[in-house]
Write a protein that binds this ligand. Structure first.
Ligand code: SAM
Ligand code: SF4
Length: 346
């Protein structure tokens, strides 16, 4: 699936539900959202059919399941097992991964590992339970830690930890989170907050930038930029971490990544295509339009027809989202996405 800017989409993000059991302030309002009617959601079989045709006919090589909260989907293990059983046109296995808040992962990690899951991103913005309750509006910090540990114990990893920093709330915690990740064998990914909250409350003033994060990490560690060639289409820019003043020829303690969607946009290398829980293709997280595949499936379209429509949808991918382009950064230079992150799949 190529687009007019010459990019090829090989990484599929599938949202399995728009529902969630947390209420992170940068994602949803306290009362939650008007959830999609259950009849609008793709069934497990429909998800598997679309993933299969994306792999076999459209060149997809990696599939990440997300949401909302993907662990709320009962059939997740079955969907993952069907995904990891697929082979690309050249016979390569498909990499399946999960982005999750980890609530309930403690119980399900072994089953997901058995289904072939090899990678997981666990979202955790703070090591302090009271801050966690403030950010997510739920008192479940211990469950997240247990979920991450269970994933690692089940051999899913290295676990990546996604953290969003918020000014005046947890923006002092990057070094602490990094120390904890290094000690636990996890890899920290700090994500710049994007204007994808359902409430439309994002402001430039509320953004902790990649530069802010790197400055706070450099006060505690030496960072050495990773080889840019190793990044590929990954949204994260990564650094090797050493103790302050350590000999640069010694082995690093680990790695840290920053996903700077706003201040260092990476649209030029984007290799993603997205499928919402109700079966809409989005060429970009920030798209203002989408293409319905669920209707096609339910009207009896065959795989060739569905593949053609998906390919055409990706041909309409915009060159870039344009958020970070105006200075000072505002949301005025770009059109807000037509759905919040929880309904698209982050
Ligand atoms: N519920 C799962 C979770 O939190 O991992 C999966 C869905 S969530 C939308 C995926 C990722 O998007 C999480 O790491 C979350 O922190 C991040 N996220 C949510 N809203 C965001 C925003 N406005 N800006 C940046 N990242 C955001
Ligand atoms: Fe739920 Fe993830 Fe959104 Fe937090 S970021 S409210 S865990 S979907």
């Amino acid at each position: 699936m190529v687009d007019p800017s010459g990019r090829t989409a090989v990484d599929l993000r599938v949202s399995l539900t728009d529902r969630c059991n947390l209420r992170c302030g940068y994602c949803m309002p306290p009362e939650g959202l008007e959830w999609m009617p259950s009849g609008d959601l793709l069934t497990d079989d429909e998800v598997v059919r679309l993933v299969r045709l994306a792999v076999e006919r459209l060149g997809v090589r990696e599939v990440r399941y997300t949401g909302g909260e993907p662990l709320l989907r009962r059939g997740l293990e079955r969907v993952v097992a069907a995904t990891t059983a697929l082979r690309t046109a050249d016979g390569a296995p498909v990499e399946a991964s999960l982005t999750t808040n980890a609530l309930g992962l403690e119980r399900r990690a072994a089953g997901l590992a058995a289904a072939g899951l090899r990678r997981v991103n666990v979202s955790l913005d703070t090591l302090r339970p009271e801050r966690f309750a403030q950010i997510t509006r739920r008192d479940r910090h211990a469950d997240v830690l247990a979920g991450a540990a269970a994933a690692a114990a089940a051999g899913i990893g290295p676990v990546k930890v996604n953290a969003v920093l918020l000014p005046g709330v947890n923006d002092d915690e990057a070094p602490e989170l990094l120390a904890w990740c290094l000690a636990s064998g996890y890899e920290l990914r700090v994500i710049e907050q994007m204007p994808l909250d359902a409430q439309g409350a994002w402001t430039r003033e509320g953004l902790v930038t990649a530069d802010d994060v790197l400055a706070s990490l450099r006060a505690a560690y030496d960072l050495e930029a990773d080889d840019p060639a190793a990044r590929g289409g990954s949204p994260a820019q990564t650094w090797w971490v050493r103790a302050r003043g350590a000999d640069p020829s010694t082995a690093p303690l680990g790695r840290v990544g920053v996903i700077a969607s706003v201040t260092r946009q990476f649209c030029g290398a984007c290799d993603r295509t997205r499928l919402t829980a109700d079966g809409q293709v989005r060429s970009c997280l920030f798209s203002t339009s989408e293409t319905d595949l669920r209707g096609l499936l339910r009207a009896g379209a065959d795989d060739d027809e569905v593949a053609d429509v998906w390919r055409a949808a990706m041909w309409g991918k915009a060159p870039a989202h344009g958020i970070g382009e105006a200075e000072p950064l505002t949301t005025s230079g770009f059109a807000r996405a037509s759905r919040p992150m929880s309904a698209i799949g982050g």
